[in-house]
Ligand binder design. Sequence first.
Ligand SMILES: NC(=O)c1ccc[n+]([C@@H]2O[C@H](COP(=O)([O-])OP(=O)(O)OC[C@H]3O[C@@H](n4cnc5c(N)ncnc54)[C@H](OP(=O)(O)O)[C@@H]3O)[C@@H](O)[C@H]2O)c1
Length: 183
Amino acid sequence: MNAPTEDSSQAAPAAGPRVTIVVARARGGVIGADNGLPWHLPEDLKHFRTTTMGHAIVMGRKTFESIGKALPGRRTIVVSRDPRWTHPGCESATSLGAAIALAAQPGADPSISTDEVFVVGGEQLFRDAIGVAQRAIVTDIDVEVAGDAHFPELDALQWRVESRSEHRSASGLRYAITDYRRT
Ligand SMILES: NC(=O)c1ccc[n+]([C@@H]2O[C@H](COP(=O)([O-])OP(=O)(O)OC[C@H]3O[C@@H](n4cnc5c(N)ncnc54)[C@H](OP(=O)(O)O)[C@@H]3O)[C@@H](O)[C@H]2O)c1
């Protein structure tokens, strides 16, 4: 029988960052139209800012184009199949997995956490992320809008509600924020 060894190749792999989806969706799972957000909800933008501040955020190239700049106080990692894609203030990766691996390593700003990385859209990135995320912070906006980008259904067998809060915006829009954890 083999004696226990201290061979490092048998050690458990180092845990990566928690992968968390942050999304806002209207009725029917609509998340975007014409590469923008089809609603005006400054309260949710503030929630997004507070949630992601001090962390790496990972987004698809189209979502980045709709924002147009790296977001202050965060590490912006843009996913594109084009390995030459660059933009000042951003890092890039050619897959979601590569973006998460990048976020696990400290970047230029040592104040940015490597414990949790936020995948912030759009539809294509969410479809990849839903299989690997451990957490999803979902804003459900009680509004009917037309759109061309959607968030996939969260399977109730795979996701449980950790917390939920209901709100009404200054403009009268009702919305709820639910923090889901993978079961
Ligand atoms: N409501 C929300 O919470 C929210 C959040 C974010 C975005 N949005 C909305 O979502 C819409 C954009 O979503 P989208 O699906 O059209 O675009 P997207 O996911 O933002 O970006 C798609 C691009 O990301 C890259 N990409 C995607 N999957 C990849 C993979 N597996 N490997 C490598 N690169 C990959 C490709 O870039 P290249 O073409 O450069 O290769 C692809 O064209 C917009 O309407 C936006 O406003 C909504």
